[in-house]
Write a protein that binds this ligand. Structure first.
Ligand code: NAD
Length: 406
């Protein structure tokens, strides 16, 4: 029977055998990667559960197709459907050049308060990488999605409002600021920080991860990024005592007691070095919005690039899984692009709803396909002796290769 997935505190509590899951194909290369990914997800579920389970897909529209159908890039019908079905997977959406939206993705995140952007960074053996030992990378990034300089509170230097804010800062706050400076505000609050860190620690405990690292620039931005670090430690101590231990409370060379999750913090600039030089020391990484934007793309590059990077935006009531790259318009409708990001986002979604066997099938199919050097153009140009396939052929190869690794 078809049914709706129910969530509590952002986690599924009941998943019917035929859960209704919403999909948005997205713009540009979106339809290509969607068609490749949906056949992989359906085949994995079919093989893992021998027909007992099946996803009941429902389509919703956003972006260019929604403008064609409803003259609105984010129609109320789509928002209602997401609210009703709670779990969705989407392709990339082109940011409209004109109109009321900074970005449709940001609008979706805001509307549903999808405060955690979750990006697993895991190496699939055989994928070309700039690292000598990319297999040491196994991080999960939790990026705050609603605050920081991304809150959209900014004014151009030459605007009346910009000048008014500059005057207030000069005259009321005694701050020196150039008359024509553009001004942006960086809000970081305790509730927004704590709910993100809470989610990250709960994830680390559930998945038996070893550590959670707070990544911040608190030495310079003390009351925003420094506060993020302090609130992060606070939530760990107040809500997870007995299950976590602070790194600075461990003696030198002292091991972790009772498999507790180690909570540590690193400065963001140092973190960029650490993920390259000592990746094996890191596990779950949690950070404010801007740090997360930069670090998640840099880490994705370490394991094969954006074409291989899955992601999700999650709140307490809704989870939207998505290919992390953009709509790559120049490759639209060419059946060319790497659907790996969308396929792995599908695996992440199946894992999230507790269909671990199907998720594992997909990971195995991806692994075998890459090992066989059957790849799309982006990986092909970096691999010797590889076979170049189209986006849809890559999807077919993943389906064929499921179950081959046993
Ligand atoms: P993009 O990610 O669309 O593409 C940049 C380049 O990266 C492409 O030209 C291509 O060379 C490569 N690339 C991207 N995905 C790939 C894949 N799956 N396989 C192989 N190569 C791949 O970035 P952009 O050009 O900056 O953005 C295009 C549009 O997408 C913009 O409107 C942007 O706002 C939007 N965007 C949307 C999302 C989202 O929906 N989550 C994310 C980023 C950008």
């Amino acid at each position: 029977m078809e049914g709706v997935i129910t969530l509590q505190n952002g986690m599924p509590t009941a998943v019917p055998d035929n859960p209704i899951i919403l999909f948005i194909k997205g713009d540009g290369v979106g339809p290509d990667i969607w068609h490749a990914a949906v056949q992989v997800m359906d085949a994995a579920v079919e093989r893992a559960y021998a027909g007992k389970r099946r996803i009941a897909w429902r389509e919703a529209w956003a972006g260019e197709e929604a403008i064609r159908r409803y003259a609105d890039p984010l129609p109320p019908k789509t928002l209602e459907a997401i609210r009703q079905y709670r779990v969705a997977i989407k392709g990339p959406l082109t940011t409209p050049i004109a109109g009321g939206f900074r970005s449709l993705n940001v609008a979706l995140r805001r509307y549903f308060d999808l405060y955690a952007c979750i990006r697993p960074i895991r190496y699939i053996q055989g994928t070309p990488s700039p690292l000598k030992h990319p297999e040491k990378c196994d991080f999960v990034i939790f990026r705050e999605n609603t605050e920081d300089v991304y809150a959209g509170i900014e004014w151009p230097g030459e605007s009346a409002q910009g000048r008014q804010v500059a005057r207030f800062l000069r005259e009321e706050m005694g701050v020196e600021i150039a008359a024509d400076a553009g001004i942006g505000i960086k809000p970081i609050s305790s509730p927004a920080t704590k709910r993100l860190v809470r989610k990250a620690i709960a994830y680390a405990l559930e998945k038996k991860r070893r550590s959670v690292t707070l990544v911040h620039k608190g030495n310079i931005m003390k009351y925003t990024e420094g506060a993020f670090r302090d609130w992060g430690y606070e939530v760990a101590a107040e809500e997870f005592s007995g299950q976590v231990v602070r790194e600075d409370a461990l003696g030198q060379g002292e091991g972790v007691i009772d498999n507790r999750v180690v909570i540590k913090d690193r400065l963001a600039d140092a973190m960029f070095q650490q993920v390259l030089l000592r990746p094996e020391e890191y596990d779950v990484l949690v950070m404010p919005n801007l740090n997360g934007d930069y670090l998640s793309d840099a880490c994705a590059a370490q394991v094969g690039g954006l074409g291989m990077a899955p992601g999700a935006n999650c709140g307490d009531e809704i989870a939207i899984f998505e290919a992390t790259h953009g709509s790559a318009l120049k490759y639209a409708n060419q059946d060319k692009i790497n659907p790996g990001s969308m396929i792995l986002s599908g695996a992440m979604m199946l894992e999230y709803i507790g269909w671990h066997e199907a998720a594992h099938m997909i990971e195995e199919g991806m692994q075998q396909t890459i090992m066989a050097k059957t790849v799309t153009y982006d990986l092909h140009r970096q691999m010797r002796g590889a076979t170049l396939v189209s986006c849809s052929q890559f999807g077919e190869a993943v389906v064929e290769n499921m179950g081959q690794g046993r």
